[in-house]
Design a protein around this ligand. Sequence first.
Ligand code: GDP
Length: 302
Amino acid sequence: DSGLQKTRDNLWSRLGKLFTGKSTIDDEWLDELEEALISADVGIDTTVEILNRLQQRAARERYRNSGELQQLLEQTILSLLPPVQHPAAVQPFQLPDNKRPYVILVVGVNGVGKTTTIGKLAYQYKQAGYQVLLGAADTFRAAAVDQLTIWSERAGVPLVKQAMGADPGAVAFDTVQSAIARNMDVAIIDTAGRLHNKKHLMDELGKIRRVISKKLPGAPHEVLLVLDGSTGQNALEQAKQFMAVTELTGLVVTKLDGTAKGGVVLAIAHQCQIPIRYIGLGEKITDLQPFDPESFVHSLFA
Ligand code: GDP
């Protein structure tokens, strides 16, 4: 089980019958495909693009049976998604050799699973043999620091924090400074994401980034936005809003277990053209997977 059972059940219950013995595309078939994609929260824009590209490909490529038709659809969907680009072409949970400490800034609104994701990332990097340091620069909610403290203990990694209400930039600076002094391989920094005031968020993230890069030129090396996949199209809207306030290197889509709206991953990847780096498939520390477009798309149908 890939953890995507609900999305798959929903899609497949509709798509399955589209592929039984069927090897020609007609209007009725396209209508049913459209409905299935929209019901899985792929969204109108991405669904329309999938249908257009599929029709174009079907007009010039051979498909002789339902299996090949399904393959054509999978390839069409894949052609919409940005390629997976891990920074410096390193493998998931491997760090490029020449960047120490490697600094990852994590952004996203409250409740999306940001803290959990940081805990999962810390755990994976630690498992890979790296020295990991966390930074609690979301200083506006006492709960955020408490939660991150719990996750740092679960992952078995140290945490830099200050009193609640402290300047987030100061915590970020402290974290990077401490990571340098302690010879850490990777520092993962949590930030507050309050979208109700875009200008404020933009200024604050801008300041945190400047402080980090002043201490360590070239850092942050990654800025990851965490999105809650179970909110469907809202997650896509959030991604667009964050893209407007700060530069992102990658996305994490959480809570894809237990939702039938997993199709939103396709909409996010297609419309943002920022690589989805990881997907969250549960509440446990091990429930984070590198995102692989090919196996994701295939798992929706298989
Ligand atoms: P934050 O406010 O963004 O830091 O969110 P948290 O990390 O505290 O997570 C909010 C809730 O979502 C918690 O109950 C988590 O256990 C839950 N959560 C986070 N990631 C996942 C996931 O991938 N799957 C599921 N089912 N729950 C998750």
